[in-house]
Design a protein around this ligand. Structure first.
Ligand SMILES: Cc1cc2nc3c(=O)[nH]c(=O)nc-3n(C[C@H](O)[C@H](O)[C@H](O)COP(=O)(O)O)c2cc1C
Length: 126
């Protein structure tokens, strides 16, 4: 089985988890880079707003084609109980190329009732 680990990380936590997975699986990884500035208090506020409104963003060009992998593990920080906008963008733009998917997330609290079901719904074809 050939996996690809794809993650977005604003402050490095999800990146640490993603890199640990890559070490474990000895596989390729794709770090999503957002063209929108998300640092500082304003970046924090905008990120929360973007997530709550299901907004998409513009990502830097990707390195890997997810169609070439058996499973794509998608990792995101939780923003307002939802996936981050960069991850929403990646899934929206690439879901037709996914074979199988897995999800992981990091968060500050311990409530994310809807996150994985939202990601699953977004991945699923209409
Ligand atoms: C805009 C924003 C909204 C957040 N909302 C939540 C939330 O609803 N629940 C939660 O547990 N953590 C929330 N967090 C905390 C992040 O999910 C947590 O710090 C995460 O590990 C950050 O990952 P990163 O370092 O990879 O960006 C939020 C963080 C940001 C920036």
């Amino acid at each position: 089985m050939k996996p690809l680990v794809v993650f977005y990380s604003r402050t490095g936590t999800t990146k640490k988890v993603g890199e640990a997975l890559v070490d474990l699986l000895q596989c390729d990884n794709e770090e999503l880079i957002d063209t929108k500035k998300r640092t500082g208090p304003l970046g924090f506020l905008q990120s929360g707003r973007d997530a709550a409104r299901n907004r998409l963003t513009v990502l830097e060009p990707l390195i890997h084609d997810p169609a070439l992998y058996d499973v794509v593990a998608l990792g995101t920080p939780v923003w307002n109980g939802l996936m981050s906008s960069p991850m929403r963008t990646y899934i929206t733009n690439n879901k037709a190329k996914f074979n199988r998917v897995a999800f992981f997330c990091t968060q500050g609290g311990n409530e994310n009732k809807k996150l994985f079901s939202d990601m699953q719904a977004l991945v699923s074809p209409l």
